[in-house]
Design a protein around this ligand. Structure first.
Ligand SMILES: Nc1nc2c(ncn2[C@@H]2O[C@H](COP(=O)(O)OP(=O)(O)OP(=O)(O)O)[C@@H](O)[C@H]2O)c(=O)[nH]1
Ligand SMILES: [Mg+2]
Length: 276
């Protein structure tokens, strides 16, 4: 189902010629965006939208797909993954909207959904949507995700709110520090979305993406235990991503991960458990 583009300001619909959106300052750079709604069909890349609760993930999702995921001003609205599609610059993208999560060391079922997709779903790009007015609360998750993949784009969202509060974030500096693109957005106003799309496309097609950040533990005994256990996880579940992370969680006694290892479902964790 190809959804029309009813929202002014994002760019022309797939049916409209590029440049038809005369009132839209962003039109030239979003002309390559076609919102594909629920049925992305063929896709070249998978994008996961992650972030703390209430940072605007579903707002970004709706803007890119033309769908109507629930958006509201309280945390915990998205409780299951939702999927949609868009095409940009000739490539097809499947995009997954995830429940908000503070940490990959999750404690709730909603957070498990996000954790499992991020750790085991092998998305080509993870867009971490962060709240520019509460950066310090949002960065721990960015760092956790950076430890599992280099294919990350940070959407520094709610910059309009930040401006209102006199907060300016140095995105260039943050980009250097994190080693991945940081793009300022105000998704509700479609601000920064062309730049976000360009960053997603760049990361999706990068031949040599940044390496995952590796925080090593300086205790050699712990490092050895993690390495030994990770090797056992890989032997038991060949090809499972992030075996080192699994090993660390097992050593910390994560009941959900222990159970998945015990009953052999670790490799299936990224499979949808609920209909989108
Ligand atoms: N001012 C402003 N509001 C925004 C922006 N992006 C999203 N919002 C608003 O922020 C609120 C939360 O947006 P959602 O898209 O539902 O956030 P979410 O991250 O999907 O939330 P959960 O699914 O609960 O984790 C809504 O009221 C949005 O309209 C933005 O850039 N600026
Ligand atoms: Mg949501």
């Amino acid at each position: 189902m190809a959804a029309p583009l009813p929202t002014p300001g994002v760019g022309p619909s797939p049916a409209e010629p590029a440049g038809a959106c005369t009132s839209c300052a962003l039109a030239p750079s979003t002309a390559r965006l076609a919102r594909l709604g629920l049925a992305p069909g063929r896709h070249d890349h998978v994008v996961a939208l992650a972030g703390n609760p209430n940072t605007g993930k579903s707002t970004v999702f709706n803007a890119l797909t033309g769908l109507r995921q629930h958006v509201g001003n309280w945390a915990g609205k998205t409780v299951a993954r939702a999927e949609g599609g868009f095409s940009f610059g000739g490539a097809g993208y499947r995009i997954v909207d995830l429940p908000g999560t503070y940490s990959l060391l999750s404690t709730s079922t909603d957070e498990d959904v996000a954790r499992d997709v991020l750790l085991f779903g092998r998305p080509d790009v993870v867009v971490v949507v962060v709240d520019a007015t509460r950066l310090e609360r949002n960065l721990p998750l960015v760092l956790q995700i950076r430890q599992i993949t280099g294919r990350v784009v940070v959407a520094l969202n709610l910059v309009d709110e930040a401006r209102r509060h006199g907060i300016t974030v140095d995105t260039r500096h943050l980009t250097r520090e994190l080693g991945v693109p940081v793009v300022a957005t105000a998704a509700r106003r479609n601000e920064g979305l062309p730049e976000l799309l360009a960053a997603i496309a760049q990361v999706a097609t990068a031949d040599d993406p940044p390496k995952p950040l590796r925080l090593t533990h300086h205790d050699p005994a712990l490092e050895k235990a993690v390495a030994d256990l990770a090797a056992q996880v890989e032997a038991r579940f060949p090809g499972v991503p992030n075996s080192r992370w699994v090993a660390l969680r097992l050593l910390e006694g994560d009941a959900g991960i222990e159970e998945a290892v015990r009953n052999g479902t670790l490799g299936d964790l990224a499979t949808p458990r609920e209909a989108a």
